[in-house]
Design a binder for this molecule. Structure first.
Ligand SMILES: Cc1cc2nc3c(=O)[nH]c(=O)nc-3n(C[C@H](O)[C@H](O)[C@H](O)COP(=O)(O)OP(=O)(O)OC[C@H]3O[C@@H](n4cnc5c(N)ncnc54)[C@H](O)[C@@H]3O)c2cc1C
Ligand code: FES
Length: 349
């Protein structure tokens, strides 16, 4: 469902010179809808300079908190991130969709598991939610974190992490990595192959990890995954979230012309004349249909829908599993119409 809810910002916390946390009050009647699993994100919507803007932000609070928090790092010339850091005030409102996302750590009070996370920059946000939740719910589990930033000053949740480490000395283990600061007890450089090998074979070699969580730039995720796989860690133990994709989507099919696309969204049905050279999502939005989306870059899955009839082409897919594709699911921001008639269902995806 693509419906948004109005949330009030009850507090804005300056986390670093370039990052803020937005703390939302969740009204009682929305508490169930906004319950979430650590790792999930909110799609936020607002109007900036007269243009509607939608962006995804991972939830950095824990489900145990009585609020929901997202944390936004300012990107140079970024639309929403600059607005959030420089213009938003406590008391303002934003539109938010209910929590989404398959990057999840589902806590279990009886579990005795070991987790290793690699995060860089704002990639800490979903991991922060996981850490706080594991420490409070899974008393027998251990969480190790390798966390890369330019400097300690630019490190989101720096103090909070140190405090958690002091409170949970036998459960939380952190290796900070700085690319622009030499600090005692921290590694200098970036999270690259040598740091991953150091974490696995030296720093945390006494711990047998069950699951690995990665969040940060695509280059970091790629090199961490590569080393984990070299170290015989199975693919299904490795979970990752991309915030942006380096691959720009373009139609690799030789399709041209117009397709008649029936779209079901929020229990309503619409018919759209779709240019086969533009993505399905762009065609749908051009027709003023309020289909769900957030990143438009194939990394958030907000735009997922089911192809009920007809053929589509999805040249780039970094999110859906083979079985999801086989059962007819597509990312509408990455897919193009092939057949002349198509039926898409956003409600059954
Ligand atoms: C599932 C998901 C969860 C996310 N969670 C968070 C989060 O918790 N915290 C957070 O700060 N961001 C998060 N993001 C990224 C966020 O959605 C925005 O993409 C980011 O804030 C930039 O938006 P903007 O409007 O400021 O920049 P835009 O106006 O969209 O882009 C401005 C310029 O910056 C470039 N750019 C966009 N994003 C990045 C980036 N991440 N790094 C470097 N350059 C970039 C663009 O290519 C463009 O050139 C998440 C994204 C996804 C898909
Ligand atoms: S809008 Fe994010 S994957 Fe399509």
């Amino acid at each position: 469902m693509s419906s948004y809810n109005t949330l009030h910002i009850k507090e804005i916390i300056q986390e670093t010179p370039n990052a803020v946390s937005l703390v939302f009050d969740i009204p009682t009647h929305l508490k169930n809808d906004f319950s979430f699993i650590p790792g999930q994100f909110l799609s936020l919507k607002t109007v900036i300079n007269g243009e509607e803007v939608r962006r995804a932000y991972s939830i950095s609070s824990s489900p145990n908190d009585d609020f929901i928090q997202v944390s936004v790092k300012k990107i140079a010339d970024g639309t929403f991130s600059v607005y959030a850091n420089e213009k938003l005030l406590a008391g303002d409102t934003l539109e938010a969709m209910v929590p989404e996302g398959k990057f999840q750590l589902r806590p279990n009070p009886n579990a005795s598991k070991n987790y290793l996370a690699f995060a860089a920059g704002s990639g800490i946000t979903p991991i922060m939610s996981m850490i706080k939740t594991v420490l409070s719910i899974e008393k027998k589990s251990k969480f190790a974190l390798v966390y890369g930033n330019k400097t300690s000053e630019e490190t989101m949740f720096f103090r909070e992490l140190l405090e958690l480490q002091t409170t949970y000395p036998n459960q939380l283990f952190i290796e900070f990595v700085y690319s622009q600061e030499n600090a005692e007890g921290a590694k200098f450089g970036r999270i690259d192959k040598s740091i991953v090998n150091y974490a696995l074979k030296n720093k945390f070699d006494a711990i047998d990890f069950d699951d690995y969580y990665l969040c940060g730039p695509e280059t970091m995720i790629d090199s961490v995954k590569e080393v984990l796989i070299e170290n015989k860690i199975a693919n299904d133990q490795i979970h990752f979230e991309l915030f942006t994709s380096s691959v720009a989507v373009s139609n690799d099919g030789d399709t041209d012309g117009i397709s008649k696309v029936e779209v079901i969204v929020d229990d309503e049905s619409f018919t759209v004349s779709s240019d086969k050279q533009a993505t399905l999502l762009d065609n749908i939005l051009k027709a003023d249909i309020d289909a769900p989306y957030s990143c438009k870059g194939g990394v958030c899955a907000s735009c997922i829908c089911r192809v009920v009839e007809g053929e589509v082409n999805m040249p780039v897919n970094n999110l859906l599993t083979d079985s999801e594709v086989a059962e007819g699911l597509v990312l509408s921001c990455q897919a193009y119409a092939v057949s002349d008639e198509i039926k898409l269902d956003f409600d059954d995806a």
